[in-house]
Write a protein that binds this ligand. Structure first.
Ligand code: CAA
Length: 257
């Protein structure tokens, strides 16, 4: 599960994943996505919050663009190779890549992306894969896929539309324009935007509040609210009842003790 460009540190209930290829602005590759998928599936039970951040000047400048060249990236599956297998091979490959992003929805811990510098393309989509986002006011989010003649395909389209609405999402993806952390806050893309020199502290404060909240309730809350995005009213109210039952029984049992 180790990857040369991903460091993993655990401090009690908080695990921090740091993209660690600053010389290439934390450009992403299939092996990194595989490592992220493995990390998402293997968060220990006692870890309650996962922070995803980037080392160096940028959170992540997106896919390693060398992957689109015939030479590719050393030791990595190249897009050219994937495409040579035809449409089925392309779709199977993308599905594998997506797991590094979508896996965080199912992770029991609350996932916080701490974004500074650039979050471009796959970098933007990785921030969208988290439950919460804290950004530097001068961070720069840009969905550049369409500008390259492609579409965002790493699980980012749905959270983007859910967060900012269809019209804004279309505008951001079609134009590829950069959105600052300040603007991202105004449009609901991030939970907080603070000056860069306050970013670590702001993330730590949020993480501290998450860790202080009752563990079992937060663990039940994440899938409940995630399901609210798609579920109809009857299904969602049933899920509320189901989620509440065990929590209520434990609360009442604790009063009797
Ligand atoms: N892939 C590979 N290498 C990258 C990279 C990327 N995405 N982004 C930056 N690098 C490398 C640069 O080539 C450069 O390497 P050298 O030092 O060997 O020349 C190094 O990182 C530093 O980059 P810059 O000198 O450009 O740094 P900067 O601070 O001036 O600019 C930047 C930073 C604005 C992020 C700029 O590097 C940039 O525009 N990068 C490309 C961004 C991009 O187009 N990403 C792809 C988006 S689409 C996507 O991710 C998903 C998809 O499916 C298509």
């Amino acid at each position: 599960m180790t990857h040369p460009h991903l460091t993993v540190e655990t401090d009690g209930p908080v695990r921090t994943l740091t993209l660690a290829n600053p010389g290439r602005r934390n450009a992403q590759t299939p092996s990194l996505w595989r490592a992220l998928a493995e990390q998402a599936a293997a968060v220990p039970d006692d870890v309650r919050v996962v922070v995803i951040r980037g080392e160096g000047p940028s959170f992540s400048a997106g896919i390693d663009t060398a992957m689109f060249t015939p030479a590719g990236v050393d030791g990595e599956e190249s897009m050219v190779e994937l495409a040579s297998g035809g449409p089925e091979s392309i779709q199977a490959g993308i599905e594998r890549f997506q797991a590094g992003f979508t896996g965080w929805q199912r992770c029991h811990a609350v996932v916080v992306a701490q974004v500074h510098g650039h979050a471009i393309g796959a970098g933007f989509q990785l921030a969208l894969a988290a439950d919460l986002r804290v950004a530097a006011t001068d961070a720069s989010f840009a969905m550049r896929e369409t500008s390259l003649g492609l579409v965002p395909d790493l699980g980012g389209t749905k959270p983007l539309v859910d967060l900012v609405g269809y019209a804004r999402a279309l505008e951001l993806c079609a134009t590829g324009r950069a959105v600052s952390g300040q603007e991202a806050l105004a449009m609901g893309l991030v939970n907080a935007a603070v000056p860069l020199d306050e970013l670590d502290r702001a993330t730590a404060e949020l993480v501290g509040r998450l860790v202080e909240a009752p563990r079992d309730a937060v663990r039940a809350l994440k899938p409940l609210l995630r399901s609210a995005v798609d579920a109809d009213h009857a299904t969602q109210t049933r899920r509320e009842r189901e989620a509440q039952t065990g929590l209520l029984l434990s609360m009442l049992a604790s009063f009797r003790r």
